[in-house]
Write a protein that binds this ligand. Structure first.
Ligand SMILES: Nc1nc2c(c(=O)[nH]1)N[C@H]1C(S)=C(S)[C@@H](COP(=O)(O)O)O[C@H]1N2
Ligand SMILES: [Mo]
Length: 428
């Protein structure tokens, strides 16, 4: 295994982060493994026994509960059962390049001058940029009779992830906004009361139905059939959402008026934070060992869904071997992810003197009146021969350079993002 094993059983691994960013598309063998339970569902072993995801009798059941028949067609009374073969033959193969990222990615960095967070101490490689292939979730739900909350949008008006004000006046959009789509796995998961429940999640129905959200019922990754470990024969792909909602071994979908109450929704993936100060963090993590306190805190929070913009340096690593200088430069690599379907367009990278352990990181990041010179070698995604280069910067305090500065008669203070168009880079 070309990955670091963080836990043998259940299997939890991440690749070496320096290796991870060698390629724009993460090769299948470098896709991290994140499992809450040790055993694969037994039906998976059968369905994938000859190595092909299309083998076996895998089915997905689609149903609706407690929602208005007017918008779910006949789904409420009669659930629909689709075989994997039907999904593959009745729906065109849809592909999306999307990062799958565990919400726990970069967890170990949070332990730096804080109490160690609970769970596997992940590095920054619990992320993979993959070409996912499968049936469009939106197309499948439409075909099953679910009303389209985005029917009144011309495609160029789809600039947000929610139905617009206008279309909210249409009933289907208003209806969909309060609904959820449950994604159920064939895998059992343990809940606190030791009762066995299926691993499950839910996402907002509007996420599932949005044309630009590109959710899939995936059976391929990087043009290969999914492997059992990564969810074969079928898994959910929910771009921009935490990995925990990308349910593997997917066997049922349900439109519902309430979110899923499964452990990964109710207790695993929530942001639990003490109010105000850092001194409280230790106290809070001790108190959270108490079941009652913990459930009260959990009840106050919503399950995590969307992931926010982030970047991480994958080379060099902390305390790495001395770096080679070439012409006064060192190579620094990493990845950046955008948010809500808007890609990360740039990263600011600086090499600053490290004053050693006596200065805490907060101060190091706070004060400097000097400029920062930057130099980076960008990887070419080789998808085109003409490029635009975009640059912007953000301060350590989080202040962002404005996209467009206002015109003024004397042309002062142009702080706009720098954009260079029509840059030709021939294919090699
Ligand atoms: N059935 C099932 N689906 C699951 C999980 C799981 O443990 N069981 N883990 C989830 C989490 S937390 C993540 S981050 C991704 C990881 O997918 P991978 O193992 O293919 O990388 O799958 C999600 N889907
Ligand atoms: Mo995860």
């Amino acid at each position: 295994m070309s990955q670091v094993v963080r836990q043998e059983s259940p299997l939890n691994t991440e690749p070496l982060s320096g290796k991870l960013t060698d390629a724009y598309i993460t090769p299948n063998e470098l896709v991290f493994n994140r499992n809450h339970e040790s055993a694969l569902p037994s039906s998976v072993e059968d369905a994938t026994s000859n190595g092909s995801a299309s083998a076996g009798n895998w089915t997905v059941t689609v149903s609706a509960d407690g929602t208005d028949d007017k918008y779910t067609g006949s789904l409420r009374g009669s659930r629909r059962v689709l075989s994997l073969e039907q999904l593959q033959s009745q729906f065109a193969l849809s592909e999306v390049v999307a990062t799958l990222e565990c919400a726990g990615n970069r967890r170990s960095e949070l332990a730096d001058s804080h109490p160690e967070p609970e769970g596997i101490q992940w590095g920054n490689a619990v992320i993979a940029n993959v070409i996912w292939g499968g049936a469009s979730l939106r197309s499948m739900l439409l075909a099953a009779g679910v009303a389209d909350p985005f029917a009144h949008h011309a495609s160029e008006q789809l600039s947000t992830l929610e139905p617009s004000e206008e279309s909210s006046s249409t009933q289907a959009a208003e209806w969909a906004k309060s609904l959820h789509l449950h994604l159920l796995s064939a895998q059992k998961s343990k809940s606190n009361d030791a009762e066995q429940a299926q691993f499950a999640a839910s996402i907002p129905l509007t996420t599932a139905m949005h044309p630009n959200q590109s959710c899939l019922l995936a059976y391929e990754y990087n043009h290969q059939p999914l492997t059992p470990r990564h969810g074969a024969p079928l898994r959910a792909v929910v771009p921009g959402h935490v990995g925990a909602r990308w349910v593997k071994w997917l066997t049922a979908l349900k439109v519902s008026t309430s979110p899923s109450d499964s452990p990964p929704m109710r207790e695993d993936y929530k942001l639990l934070t003490p109010r105000n100060t850092q001194e409280r963090e230790k106290e809070y993590s001790d108190k959270a060992k108490d079941g009652d306190f913990r459930s009260r805190e959990l009840d106050k929070k919503q399950p995590i869904q969307r992931l926010e913009a982030s970047c991480a340096i994958t080379q060099p690593a902390h305390d790495a071997e001395p770096l080679d200088q070439v012409d006064g430069k060192v190579a620094v690599k990493g990845y950046a992810v955008g948010q809500d379907g808007s890609p990360a367009t740039n990263v600011c990278v600086a090499l600053v003197a490290d004053p050693g352990n006596d200065t805490d990181t907060e101060d190091l990041l706070r004060w400097s009146w000097a400029w920062t010179l930057w130099h980076v070698q960008l990887p070419v995604p080789s998808a085109s021969t003409s490029y635009a280069v975009i640059a912007r910067c953000t301060t350590a305090a989080g202040v962002e350079q404005p996209k467009i500065s206002p015109w003024n008669l004397r042309g002062f203070c142009n702080r706009s993002w720098s954009v260079v168009r029509h840059v030709s880079i021939p294919l090699t």
